[in-house]
Design a protein around this ligand. Structure first.
Ligand code: GUN
Ligand code: ZN
Length: 468
């Protein structure tokens, strides 16, 4: 017998890409003031106005979530499981930061007890931030991948991860051989891929840390397991970019390294892409490959400003997710990631609106950098799902998708929040899509994980904020 449950409340989700509806972004969204979601075996069986859905499902008992806006669970396209403890390490750019803080911490994950304890903390932090799906790096020790998938399965969360391959540019305890990587990846794919909600990503850490032999191992794995994802980093930091040019002299740019090894294509995600050229953006778009935009990390590590307006060029749109990039990003909260994304977008806007240099004016690209709430929440939900080729099961409240969602409290957080938000609805529940979007914008730029009141995974409540 299928188990059915239902949730009643005020729902907001995206049904299309708002960048396709410039100036009319509401057309990309759906607002359900008094809605009902029926969930059967973790999947949305019915959704719509309460009056209609309750008539179609007589006698169904609903949990009524009042005074909240319910949005789809957030999707973090780029995060590092073994970096929880090194959040916010002081003072270095990427390459020094990796050597000084990251590799020593990741080596601890060879100890199963340490990795298991960390996995509990990692998923607790994700759920408290409203994140229900992530694509994660583990370490180069298979123990960390096993513990990651084990904990995700216990929580029934939809996740993507894989053994992280690196065979140079790291201490002895971190590097592994391409042979070991190939064999262990195959074993782990057999053990975890599509078991429950677990999905496997072949994971070359970044080209600077991977020889041609390691990249070839990835090509072979993708050919032998075409259903798997590929997860990596690209063009994050100028020194990294220069190093990749030296290490791959036969490749004319960073993207060409992945093309050369047959990796760029659907289900390929690279984090960052801060320094990608216009031509590289076009090649990502043509290939159906994705970039995970990690503004919290890009600002924290001083990496640079991702060109949102270029990546969303309607002629060559690139699939985009948001990534916290914990611990390069100094918080789990995609709400805080959205805040930084908004600021990056406005800086780009200033550079392109002609006020700095009239010769570089591009008003259309300048505008595409502006993250209104429709664009912001799209990136955190349906856009992220599309970038990961998971929009058949995640991203909004369409019937047939998995019932992962978050109940947001627009008044929580800073002491000033309630009065600030009362500008929109006088403290009441939003009655229109525009009001809901304005409250969500307030959360996005003034909020954080304190605004996450409840997080539900596959139709079950997995997190409730303490004291709320
Ligand atoms: N590039 C290679 N490894 C890493 C990492 O752990 N974090 C970030 N931000 N960039 C990387
Ligand atoms: Zn990263």
């Amino acid at each position: 017998m299928a188990t059915a449950s239902a949730i009643r409340g005020t729902f907001f989700d995206l049904v299309d890409d708002p960048w396709k509806h410039v100036g009319r972004e509401q057309e990309a969204a759906r607002f359900t003031f008094d809605g009902l979601m029926v969930v059967r075996d973790g999947v949305i069986a019915d959704f719509g106005d309460y009056a209609e859905v309750s008539r179609r499902n007589p006698g169904i008992q609903a949990t009524h979530i009042k005074g909240r806006v319910i949005v789809p669970g957030f999707i973090d396209g780029h995060i590092h499981f073994p970096q929880v403890r090194v959040l916010g390490a002081y003072g270095n750019q990427l390459l020094d930061w990796l050597q000084n803080w990251i590799f020593p911490e990741e080596e601890k994950y060879g100890d199963r007890n340490y990795a298991r304890g960390a996995a509990g903390r990692f998923f607790d932090a994700l759920l408290a931030a409203g994140t229900t799906t992530c694509q994660a790096f583990t370490t180069s020790n298979p123990v960390s991948t096993e513990e990651f998938f084990g904990e995700a399965a216990r929580r029934n969360m939809r996740v993507i991860a894989g053994l992280t391959g690196i065979d140079r540019f790291a201490p002895e305890g971190t590097v592994i051989s391409p042979d070991f990587f190939y064999r262990e990846t195959k074993r782990l794919i057999g053990e975890y891929h599509r078991k429950g909600r677990n999905l496997y990503a072949i994971t070359p850490r970044f080209a600077v840390g991977c020889t041609d032999e390691m990249m070839e191992a990835c090509r072979r794995l993708k050919e032998e397991h075409p259903d798997c994802w590929i997860n990596t980093h690209i063009s994050e930091n100028p020194t990294e970019l220069r190093t990749s040019r030296l290490e791959f002299p036969d490749c004319h740019d960073y993207t060409a390294v992945h093309e050369k090894h047959g990796l760029l294509g659907p289900k390929f995600t690279a984090g960052h892409g801060v320094w990608l050229s216009d031509d590289e953006f076009r090649r990502f778009s043509r290939a159906g490959a994705a970039i995970s935009f990690c503004p919290l990390s890009n600002l924290f590590l001083g990496s640079g400003l991702f060109r949102i307006g270029r990546a969303t060029d309607p002629e060559h749109p690139v699939r985009l997710s948001l990534g916290s990039d914990v611990g390069g990003g100094n918080a789990f909260s995609l709400i805080r990631v959205l805040e930084e994304a908004y600021k990056v977008g406005l800086c780009n806007n200033t550079m392109l609106d002609g006020s700095v240099n009239p010769r570089e004016q591009d008003m259309a690209e300048a505008e595409r950098n502006k993250l209104n709430p429709y664009r912001g929440y799209y990136l955190a939900t349906l856009g992220g799902a599309r970038s990961l080729y998971l929009d058949d099961v995640l991203g909004n409240f369409d019937v047939g998708k998995e019932a992962d969602f978050v109940a947001l409290d627009w008044n929580a957080g800073q002491a000033a929040m309630g009065w600030h938000q009362s500008l929109i609805t006088g403290g009441n529940v939003p009655e229109t899509m525009d009001q809901a979007a304005q409250l969500l914008f307030g959360i996005m730029v003034c909020g954080d994980d304190r605004n996450v009141d409840e997080t539900w995974v596959a139709g079950r409540r997995a997190y409730k904020k303490a004291g709320a």
